[in-house]
Design a protein around this ligand. Sequence first.
Ligand SMILES: Nc1ncnc2c1ncn2[C@@H]1O[C@H](COP(=O)(O)OP(=O)(O)OP(=O)(O)O)[C@@H](O)[C@H]1O
Ligand SMILES: [Mg+2]
Length: 349
Amino acid sequence: MAEPILEVSGLYKHYPLATGVLFKKQVGAVKAVDGVDFALHQGETLGIVGESGCGKSTVAKLLMNLERATAGEIFYKGQDITKLSGRALKAVRRNIQMVFQDPYTSLNPRMTVGDIIGEPFEIHPEAAPKGDRRRKVQELLDVVGLNPEYINRYPHQFSGGQRQRIGIARGLALRPEVIVADEPVSALDVSVQAQVINLMARLQSEFDLSCVFIAHDLSVVRHISDRVGVMYLGRIVEIGTDTEIYDHPTHPYTQALLSAVPVPDPEAREHRERIILAGDVPSPTNIPSGCRFRTRCWKARERCAREVPALAVPAEFRLDGGPAAHASACHFAEDAQTVPAEEHESGAA
Ligand SMILES: Nc1ncnc2c1ncn2[C@@H]1O[C@H](COP(=O)(O)OP(=O)(O)OP(=O)(O)O)[C@@H](O)[C@H]1O
Ligand SMILES: [Mg+2]
């Protein structure tokens, strides 16, 4: 198995919570990212899914080196990028580019589309000689399905979907190897979401990109992801190939999320049990002991409060160790019971 293009190991981002006069006293921390491990392999798309506040954007910012990690490493082709600065950091940044969530606020309204897409060339002038840039921008417009003649227009002259295409073109300008897309379709109409996802899937294979694709919802990443990681309260609780996650989820949280995904087939819908989780997500300043999901889990037992479940690969996959390894951070992942026994309201007392 080839070395992963990105490897994240024991990643933490804690934001200090301060109080008192002039915020001198630290009283705790928002544990936005609290022990994340994953690998991204060359040419694959890894979907990262989880509810609002679980730390997805913080992971994206750490991957982009827009935030400094509290602890942990991010290896890009074997080199830890969390400690880089200056030129070395800039060189790595050229190869890892981001597509942002909101195409309405992430594009400067006073810049033309040509200037927006060409902006990365200002930061990395070595990527294209000045005389070539306009042509390159026009090529990029064409690649994302926009008319190259629109180069002098402004963002407000485009629809939401078209604006996200502009954001994608900007992300591709430097021909990066990795794209980190943080909820690239969440702000778009449902009818437009599929078009943008299809475009990203096409570009991914055309440019041989490796992608981290972040979304709220398991249904959004299904068709674009080779593997999916499910996040809960700052940690990945289950990771595996799309078939493993969608057809054989073993973590109760993944099972609950999947039970909420709309099913088009009415017969399948009738046979499916909707799991409604009890209570709210606990605060990231006060993460439950042991298994962080236990306060909402119908399988929780005494052991879950005591022992932190590792993101473990089940025995049958252990020899392989490749990207297909399906891992679940649940003490009772291999337990057959997948839905709450009595009623579907769940939660440990
Ligand atoms: N700069 C910051 N200072 C303090 N807390 C922060 C900061 N940035 C994020 N957080 C907190 O960290 C947690 C994770 O935030 P993050 O934005 O990563 O979540 P998310 O999964 O992207 O959520 P969403 O789906 O709403 O975008 C949240 O509780 C958030 O309030
Ligand atoms: Mg976010």
